[in-house]
Design a protein around this ligand. Sequence first.
Ligand SMILES: Cc1cc2nc3c(=O)[nH]c(=O)nc-3n(C[C@H](O)[C@H](O)[C@H](O)COP(=O)(O)OP(=O)(O)OC[C@H]3O[C@@H](n4cnc5c(N)ncnc54)[C@H](O)[C@@H]3O)c2cc1C
Length: 500
Amino acid sequence: MSHRETKTDVILIGAGIMSATLGTLLKELVPDWKITVFEKLSKAGEESSNEWNNAGTGHAALCELNYTVEKPDGSVDISKAININEQFQVSMQFWSYLVNSKLINNPQDFIMPLPHMSLVEGEQNVTFLKKRFEALSNNPLFQGMKFSDDPKKLMEWIPLIMQERTSNEPLAATKIDSGTDVNFGALTRMLFDHLESNNVDLNYNHSVNDIKRTRDGLWELKVRNLDSGTVERHTAKFVFIGGGGGSLHLLQKSGIPEGKHIGGFPVSGIFMVCNNPNVVAQHHAKVYGKAKVGAPPMSVPHLDTRFIDNKKALLFGPYAGFSPRFLKTGSMFDLVTSVKPDNLLTMLSAGAKSMSLTKYLIQQVILSKEKRMEELREFIPNAKSDDWDLVVAGQRVQVIKDTEAGGKGTLQFGTEVVSAADGSIAALLGASPGASTAVHVMLEVITKCFPEHISEWERKIKEMIPSYGVSLLETPDLLREVHTSTAQSLGLSEKKRTLS
Ligand SMILES: Cc1cc2nc3c(=O)[nH]c(=O)nc-3n(C[C@H](O)[C@H](O)[C@H](O)COP(=O)(O)OP(=O)(O)OC[C@H]3O[C@@H](n4cnc5c(N)ncnc54)[C@H](O)[C@@H]3O)c2cc1C
């Protein structure tokens, strides 16, 4: 058995959007650091980051109703929406920098302009949407948002949804034309192509099985070469665990105290994809509804125009479900083997608290196609079963941890960077808002893990992301400049960019 051993500056585990983004940022900041990537599958971007495994929404809080909550006094809290929008602007600036510097080409292959809409039914929901609209539309981050409860206007905006609608319930929608559809799979592949041609050592079919600290403070990884069956040992000064759903197990193997008392709760997803081009052609927007009472935020239904392989597509979902796997290609034992003595109590408390969620998710798994069609018909009243096929989406692993507000075993819906106190290793856990905020989250990894370099790197970071360290909301001139320049660099400003 031959053993390959290497020593390097940085190891990135996993070839998803997170490792792609961190690798690209580091390449710009310190071009001579040696970076090695290990990915257990045969290509980049095959798990959650793949275009068929996520919804491709450029999450800027333009349409997601769960980012704006109604407070007990009836007002709408938009602080989370502001945060997420600012984070998305960071991604937009970095992607523009990459295009302008010709590090990646053809932005239309990964980002397309697409109106983002919220749609609600029923008087109470219409009142909420109007209040939300009033709170957001006065805010410069959300400029250009329109509201309508006029059926004629709605017919113009969303004919597929309005045709043959028989319900007498009031309907209302908001629409903002500066939304995007992002093909995160294509972007991930572009970034890895760029890294490969810049001396990054990419190793596909390599599964990381163990992570241990060496006596001299480095990290040693035990990696199985799935082609040859041999086990290799690779050492690095810094390790990023970007394994998506696989990250929790790897974090646990590292043994760092920061990774204790954390658990994972897997949620699977299914989309319906339309196979009838006549139906696909009648819709041009991402339309987000409101989660049903008792349903978790990741099961908010939406009807999305998508741009995949240079073709327009129409997807509905995701229908959330339960599966014990942590990756789409993971094992049925993932959930069980993630329970360790240190997180047992946290997991048990979460189990007790999340009974109704688990029940909901299990019920969702066993829904028949016809039952799923009924949910789709709340959006497209005349949807025909033959026009729609089921596709299995990616797995999400929600973080479970003990929090002051929620107590032991609280389910988290965001993303979390967990890093060692000395900054030598970091992991990304959680799923939402996910890929859209990859640049912001990877900058967080950089700030936490390389504090000694930040002052030296700040100029370059600002060159790539002019709003770095600044609130766009508080600097209207910069916001205008960012909106205009990113739309131009990414080709989003051309009116009605369409596909042949
Ligand atoms: C149904 C669904 C809808 C979503 N919708 C959106 C959306 O609309 N907008 C949005 O911004 N985000 C969305 N997300 C979230 C987004 O997809 C994820 O946040 C993002 O793709 C995570 O990227 P990642 O690089 O962390 O993980 P991944 O893309 O999953 O990559 C992790 C990689 O690590 C590899 N790996 C794992 N373990 C090992 C190991 N031991 N050794 C070697 N390799 C390993 C895996 O094979 C995989 O390739 C959605 C997610 C889901 C599931």
